[in-house]
Design a protein around this ligand. Structure first.
Ligand SMILES: [Zn+2]
Length: 167
């Protein structure tokens, strides 16, 4: 119930920041697209946009005061390297290929869930597991990011995300 209530402003926050920052955001450089082509469909690599600015040009997420009140573990915006709103990645500085990979997993999650369900999963995950890195949508992204780093065998991220979201 609480998750449902908070998911609404979170979905609005995602949509608002996407609209505000998508204009003028850059496409991925060709070298990064080529590196990630074995993992992500061309359509995603071609449509995703990156907005880079330090500090991150966004307000605190709507659950910030709740996080404090409930004693949940969630990094402050000032400690966040990058954040993804749909097909838009907002980053503080040029992303390492691993960080970009992680954010692209979120892009795939958004495509499969839609913004409303993504927000609901995210908030529900935070309230249930009480820590940022244990939110399933984050845990999945960290898991696939680690697999990208340590396993040389390319894999299909879309298929993995489908599998993880429908256990
Ligand atoms: Zn993440």
């Amino acid at each position: 119930m609480l998750a449902q209530l908070i998911a609404l402003p979170v979905a609005a926050y995602i949509t608002r920041n996407h609209h505000r920052l998508i204009e003028g955001a850059a496409a991925l450089p060709t070298a990064q697209k080529r590196r990630l082509a074995p993992y992500f469909p061309e359509a995603i690599l071609n449509t995703v946009r990156v907005h880079q600015r330090d500090p991150l040009p966004i307000p605190h997420p709507p659950f910030t005061s709740l996080v404090r009140k409930l004693g949940l573990s969630y990094p402050d915006l000032s400690l966040t390297a990058a954040i993804t709103f749909g097909d838009l990645i907002v980053t503080r500085e040029p992303m390492s290929i691993s960080l970009l990979f992680h954010e692209l997993v979120h892009v795939v999650q958004y495509r499969q869930l839609g913004i409303s369900a993504f927000a609901r999963h995210y908030v529900q995950g935070l309230l249930t597991h009480r820590a940022y890195e244990k939110i399933p949508l984050e845990a999945h992204a960290f898991h696939l990011e680690a697999r990208f780093e340590f396993d040389r065998q390319p894999f299909n991220v879309e298929a993995e995300v489908t599998r993880l979201l429908n256990p």
